[in-house]
Design a protein around this ligand. Structure first.
Ligand code: MN
Length: 197
């Protein structure tokens, strides 16, 4: 049985960039619903319970069609949100250092250029979805709760949720403002640790 993970900080810790209202709703309602529906789907296919969530998502297209969609959407939702909470911190760490920052600067020229490219993907993503930084330092936007694992690109380093539920209470239709502010709560040491592992 999958369980809702605790947030690594208080519900109001990211305010005003992400308000307590959004964090409570997003974590206790949206994320909880992904967990509950994932468990319900696995109850219909108990043999799949031996596989890790990463394995299930990486091979989602090979799963029985009766559960593939639920694993993709609900399992993806659980994985993505579990990662998302950890990608944020109230500590206002300005920028990355270490191997990841070096690699980003080697590829994009500067952290600002990288953040601009990532933000542009997030701003222009049509509908609901996420923007990801993959292990190979590719920025990709994917719809719904799809993850880079489904494309054979491994576990992502970081992701930004641009579903309306992630920002609408605070920012209404101003997704670009949400994205711009979001960088101030990014947990670079956590993302660096994923790159280095
Ligand atoms: Mn979400």
């Amino acid at each position: 049985m999958y369980q809702l993970p605790e947030l690594p900080y208080a519900y109001d810790a990211l305010a005003p960039i992400v308000s307590e209202d959004i964090m409570r709703l997003h974590h206790q309602k949206h994320h909880q619903a992904y967990v509950d529906k994932l468990n319900a789907a696995l109850d219909t296919q108990p043999e799949l319970k031996d596989q890790s969530l990463v394995q299930l998502l990486a091979h989602v297209d090979d799963l029985p069609s009766t559960v593939a969609k639920a694993i993709r959407n609900q399992g993806g939702g659980h994985y993505n949100h579990s990662l998302f909470w950890q990608c944020m911190t109230p500590q206002h760490i300005e920028v990355a250092d270490g191997r990841l920052a070096e690699a980003i600067i080697a590829k994009w020229g500067s952290m600002d250029e990288f953040m601009g490219a990532f933000s542009a993907e997030a701003t222009s993503l049509f509908g609901s979805g996420w923007v990801w930084l993959t292990r190979d330092l590719e920025i990709i936007a994917l719809p719904n709760q799809d993850t880079p694992m489904m494309l054979g690109k491994g576990e992502p380093l970081m992701g930004l949720d641009v579903w309306e539920h992630a920002y609408y209470l605070d920012y209404r239709n101003r997704r670009d403002e949400y994205i711009k502010n979001w960088w101030r709560v990014v947990n670079w040491p956590f993302i660096e640790s994923r790159y280095s592992s």
